[in-house]
Ligand binder design. Structure first.
Ligand code: CO
Length: 140
């Protein structure tokens, strides 16, 4: 079911400061800030070639990552995101297997594609995001 690692997300207390460190200290290819009100976060992606790092900051205290930030005020690893080709089929398979999907199903994520999150208690303490990606174009 899961394909490539799409990104690793790190929750941060100060998005601009974190993005600056990835750009200036690590020499990363840092993108623009995107605001995702439906997810309660602002995000910046760092393209590392084989995958991406998603830096995310809570928009306010009602953010889904607010509790995480309260436990980890200095920031920390928040989730990993795998690519899937059919998110509805993946959800059906996961629910049938006893895994828990957070919320009421797919939302549109940071890349304009459907995403879902899986309960961290079902995956060894790691929050997993699945993102539906376009099928690879077959070379002619
Ligand atoms: Co993500």
């Amino acid at each position: 079911m899961i394909g490539r690692l799409n990104h690793i997300a790190i929750a941060v207390p100060d998005l601009e400061a974190a993005a600056g460190r990835y750009r200036d200290l690590l020499g990363g290819h840092v993108g623009d800030v995107h605001i995702l009100p439906e997810h309660g976060v602002r995000v910046v992606f760092v393209d590392t070639g084989n995958t991406k790092v998603e830096l995310l900051q809570a928009l306010d205290d009602s953010s889904p990552i607010a509790a995480f930030m309260a436990r980890n005020p200095g920031g920390g690893m928040h989730h990993i995101c795998f690519e899937v080709s059919n998110i509805a089929a993946s959800m059906e398979q996961l629910l049938a297997g006893g895994a828990r999907v957070l919320g009421d199903g797919p939302k549109i994520g940071a890349h304009g594609r459907p995403v879902v999150f899986l309960h961290p208690k079902d995956f060894d303490g790691t929050l997993i995001e699945l993102e539906e990606v376009e099928p690879e174009l077959t070379p002619a």
